[in-house]
Ligand binder design. Structure first.
Ligand SMILES: *Cc1c(COP(=O)(O)O)cnc(C)c1O
Length: 401
């Protein structure tokens, strides 16, 4: 009943291996573990034609996913996400990959669907996670569906709607007086104290496998080609790291060639540890103190996968770029007004980053660019500058001119 070609896990720092089919958090060296597959066996066997007739969602890539028994999958109606060209943005060649269409309204559904399926496969009954919002909502939804208890810890300034949707979907959720890495500490302590399985970003090996499907799906949508550049709003960096992993696996099985997109990490200037490390030429990033941005998904002062993000930027000839709060909200406003697309602030940050990179010449006008909108824009506070109309008073028709 298995199509998964997972063979083992591997430490991203030392290469030390660990067994598949049992529970793991970090490696013995304290680094994220990657799932490895028998790619040789798939070479020339897993082809473009293999996917015909499979479900139109990321579960179709089952050979390259870790789930061994499909009965462990809880589905909430996952779907492909569309590529929508930006038609009015002057001088570029960009499309939005709109991840807001996924269950729970964000791409966190990809990672958590995988993480929860694997938790179920490996006998976990209680999971815990620190989150700035969307990961908690996706955890609660998939865990509830799978019959797993979920414990969710959010910084105080997590968007209200995320905290409430998490609670409604059966997550046991707390607002905490600390940033996401500080919330991570109680989750870690609870592994021992409360018997939680820790599913924080990159602290178990399977969320990144879910996020990697963004890269596979994107390549398939482009006819098994990759774009020239990818702008990714980077918090923990799971998606960027996952896509980079996906492209290597796709080349190894022969589904794509050796071309790679340039990977661009976009961060907010109020929390830009990866940009700072990139500019220094560092291999790792120092914690960003007093992190602050309204783009909650990228308010991550310290990422355990920092070295993997920076490595992918280097290997892909990409870069890291910071955008100001004002640029994020301007980009959200003009993309909504000009294109009819309501982005989340993190998605708007990629539009702002792209515009800046075009202007500075870091990206060419003909480069095919993919900008990730990671969440549904409706989940975020919006400005309320709508005038009132008194229907009992005489109407001044001139104002509609
Ligand atoms: C989690 C999240 C991000 C950051 O994703 P990573 O892969 O963890 O870097 C960006 N935007 C939104 C809306 C998110 O929920």
């Amino acid at each position: 009943m298995t199509t998964s070609h997972i063979t083992h896990l591997e430490c991203t720092r030392t290469g030390e291996t660990a067994k598949a089919g049992r529970l793991h958090n970090l490696s013995a060296a304290g680094a994220p573990l990657f799932a490895r597959y028998d790619l040789d066996a798939l070479r020339g066997v897993l082809t473009k034609d293999s996917f015909a007739g499979r479900p139109a969602n990321f579960w179709r890539y089952s050979e390259l996913l870790p789930v061994r028994d499909r009965a462990n999958i809880s589905s909430l109606g996952e779907t492909f996400t569309p590529l929508i060209p930006l038609e009015r943005l002057a001088g570029g060649n960009a499309s939005i990959k709109d991840e807001g269409r996924l269950p729970t309204g964000s791409f966190k559904a990809r990672g958590l669907a995988l993480s929860i399926a694997m938790a179920k496969e490996l006998g976990v009954t209680r999971v815990a996670i620190p989150t700035n919002g969307n990961a908690g909502a996706a955890t609660a939804a998939y865990a509830s569906r799978a019959g797993i208890e979920s414990f969710v810890f959010c910084p105080d300034d997590t968007p209200d709607i995320n905290v409430r949707e998490t609670a409604l979907q059966g997550g046991k959720v707390w607002r905490c007086n600390g940033l996401i890495d500080q919330c991570g500490r109680i989750v870690h302590a609870g592994e021992k104290e409360a018997g939680w399985f820790n599913i924080a970003t990159l602290r178990e090996p399977y969320r990144v496998e879910g996020k990697k499907t963004m890269g596979i799906e994107l390549a398939e949508q482009l006819g098994w080609q990759v774009p020239d550049v990818i702008f990714y709003p980077t918090g923990g960096g799971t998606g960027l790291i996952g896509m980079w992993k996906a492209f290597a696996e796709l080349e190894a099985v022969g589904l794509i060639g050796s071309k790679r997109p340039r990977m661009i990490a976009v961060q907010a200037s109020g929390c830009a540890p990866i940009v700072r490390a990139w500019n220094k030429g560092a291999q790792c990033a120092e914690r960003w103190d007093d992190a602050s941005t309204a783009a909650a998904g990228i308010r991550v002062p310290a990422a355990i996968g920092d070295f993997l993000i920076l490595r992918a930027l280097r290997e892909s000839d990409g870069f890291a770029i910071a955008v100001e709060e004002e640029e994020i909200f301007d980009a959200r406003a003009h993309t909504a007004r000009d294109e009819g697309l309501l982005l989340c602030p993190e998605g708007a940050a990629t539009v702002a980053g792209y515009s800046k990179a075009l202007e500075s010449g870091q990206v060419g006008p003909d480069d095919r660019a993919i900008l990730f909108n990671c969440g549904n824009g409706l989940k975020y506070p919006m400005p309320d500058d709508v005038p009132r109309l008194d229907l009992d008073a005489p109407i001044d028709w001139a104002m509609f001119d």
